[in-house]
Design a protein around this ligand. Sequence first.
Ligand code: PAZ
Length: 328
Amino acid sequence: MPTTEQLLDNGQGVIDPDVFFKMNSPPANLKDFETKLEQFVDYHQEKKTRLVFITSGGTIVPLENQTVRFIDNFSNGHRGACSAEYFLEAGYAVVFMHRQFSLQPYHRHYTHNPSIGFLDYLVQKDDNIQVDQQYNDKMKTVLSNYQNAIKNNRLLLLDFVTLSDYLFKLKSGTRILARLQENAMYYLAAAVSDFFIPSEKMHEHKIQSGGGALTLTLDQVPKFLTPLVSVWASKGLIVSFKLETDVNLLVPKARQALTRYGHQVVVANMLSTRKQTVTVITKSSQQVLSLTPEDIAHHVEIESRIIPQLVHIHDGWISSGATKACQQ
Ligand code: PAZ
């Protein structure tokens, strides 16, 4: 098998996405992932429901083939889990491809909270367990929305852990959804690593300490948006996210992504303000969506503003036959 060096496609140290898939093994549960997704997509194709494929949470980058250590990132999947609920509210079926154990739609209201654990919502009455009265009304609403989504087969939960796992599932998943053509939206909110260690360069066993400092060299992850936009999901509405910490880079980098990949929408956000403000950028428009102090006091979520905006863009994408909506 050729080495990564022999397969560099542009002299800048970036391998071609196809090469990545040839040089890494698919995840063991890929078949199961595909079977579940095929069934879900067939069901909604028949019903002509719009479907959104959400990616959510961070990917890990292993340092050893038999992984003890890995590199991770900050994302806990709040954006994706929260957005899934607003898409369901807007009538979409949702494929929620998330990092294992990150936030999930509906469950998120009762997990990952530093000040209250799940058992703190419960009380014991005689021999029975009940929800503490103060949480009852909200939990009833959340539970009913969750059960409706499950009962009506409108929410499919699928997970990933590593970068490689994510990329194989993204490719497979987008190709399965391609049959929905413009009725599919791809909402790529996951925080995907930009750097990785190819399997052939990784230590096989746990890296041993005792030899002084550890130096790592990571390769650049291939630009998978290129085949996603042009081949895997060419008719769907593609929404990518751009995260920055330097405000001066945010809009230029988002615009650069639109030009480079030729997709329809970039949602640009800053690490520190991502829950209060985002900029929705198309080739011809730029709209800042922000919460006011009053919104924040009333626990309004920024996703309740982002999703209607994207649904509107998707309306235009569908009615123009997946071509013009984002050009003007
Ligand atoms: O998962 P989370 O709610 O903590 O963060 C969401 C986010 C910042 C990862 C997302 O909005 C985003 O910008 N994703 C793309 C990141 C990037 O690769 O630029």
